[in-house]
Design a protein around this ligand. Structure first.
Ligand code: GLN
Length: 381
């Protein structure tokens, strides 16, 4: 097999889902909702199929969806996005990320990634032939040391991957942090490639700022987001990249030969979601805040050390109070004996020892699911 696949293992998140099935455990490992998708969206998808949107859409996205994306970015962030020149619709933010890296990177290029990080970014970088350079985020609030970030940049730096709100820590990058990152990108002529899939899931007054809206950043940013988390349809695989025109041309070429296009009827239905009124997003935030409080407070009470997330729907915890030393051993104990699946912390680190005493819980679940999980976890005491 190729050398590039020796740099990574299969996804531990998805492996934990398979263990959850095997042991009949509650799956707080993989981040997908167990509650229904919005009725209006399911109806729109069924209608699109009935109306025969069943053949390939235009490779870079159906005109209706791209128009809706541009409209939404204008409404939420004041961004001027041209659907003809700046948007590529892909099979999820996952394809957006790898298509962007394949379109941008050459061998020898370096990509800066904050650690811990969502599993995909390391393999995406290696597959693209570039080299990841990691910069740690530090608890309790998971910020970075500005000097460490400055030292990570070099003339070889081609891009920084910025995931905000952040998986797995829930950190929402502040305007001050983003300005610091933006300044380094400009000084080193590097791109910011963002994963903003949790943009609408925010707590305690935290605000999401796309780095593309900061001065001097539009022409060096690829903004990635998608349907999965904002509208509870992780299985639809609809995501989008917003990028300057020349880079969009390169991303569209890669996307064309990777997958031709994202599912056509689901693109039509997605356009409906993007027109939901502000009340939809307010309810989304309030619902997630209730789930967050329920799980995070209970974990704290049980004896976990928890770092309260500012956004997204995960919480990183330290489990040493329970007498375990190793994250995989603890996660296997939880899934096998307690009946709750979580993700071992080390799978979010390139330096696995940094995550050895941590596990990640996902709380994108019905309150009754979370209550049942808490009841099972109380047997840990
Ligand atoms: N982003 C979600 C997580 O981190 C789901 C990832 C996946 O399996 N596609 O759990």
């Amino acid at each position: 097999t190729a050398d590039r696949v020796t740099h990574f293992t299969e996804s531990v998140i998805r492996e934990m889902t398979r263990w959850a099935h095997q042991f009949g455990a509650i799956n707080l490992a993989q981040g997908f909702p167990d509650f229904p998708a919005p009725e209006a969206l399911k109806e729109a998808a069924a209608r699109a199929i009935r109306e025969d949107h069943n053949q390939y859409a235009i490779t870079w996205g159906s005109p209706r969806l791209r128009a809706a994306i541009a409209e939404k970015y204008r409404r939420f962030y004041g961004m001027e996005v041209d659907p003809e020149r700046h948007i590529t619709v892909c099979c999820g933010a996952t394809e957006c990320m790898i298509a962007t890296l394949l379109a941008l990177l050459n061998p020898g290029d370096e990509v800066i990634i904050f650690e811990p990080f969502y599993e995909n970014y390391g393999p995406d970088t290696w597959i693209s032939g570039a080299k990841p350079v990691y910069v740690p985020l530090h608890p309790p609030d998971w910020t970075f040391d500005p000097d460490a970030l400055r030292r990570a940049f070099s003339p070889r730096t081609r891009a920084i991957i910025l995931n905000t709100p952040h998986n797995p820590t829930g950190h929402v990058f502040s305007e001050e942090e983003l300005r610091f990152i933006a300044e380094l990108c400009q000084r080193y002529d590097a791109y910011a490639i963002t994963d903003e899939i949790y943009e609408h899931i925010l707590y305690d007054g935290h605000r999401h700022i796309p780095i593309a809206t900061l001065p001097g950043m539009w022409e060096r940013t690829v903004t990635i987001s998608g349907m999965s988390k904002s509208y509870a349809v992780t299985g639809w695989r609809i995501g989008w990249c917003i990028a300057p025109e020349d880079l969009t041309g390169a991303i569209r070429k890669v996307h064309d030969f990777l997958t031709v296009g994202a599912p056509a009827p689901l693109q039509e239905a997605s356009a409906v979601a993007l027109q939901f009124p502000p009340a939809y997003y307010e309810a989304l935030r309030a619902d997630y805040d209730r789930r967050r409080r329920l799980l995070v407070d209970a974990l704290e009470e049980l004896g976990f050390e928890v770092w309260r997330p500012q956004g997204a729907y995960y919480v990183m915890t330290d489990f040493r109070a329970f007498g375990f030393e190793d994250d995989t051993a603890f996660a296997m104990h939880l899934v096998r004996e307690i009946g709750v699946a979580v993700v071992p912390g080390s799978s979010f680190y390139a330096h696995p020892e940094r995550g050895r005493s941590q596990v990640r819980f996902a709380f994108c679940k019905r309150e009754e699911t979370l209550r049942e999980a808490v009841a099972r976890l109380s047997r840990l005491r």
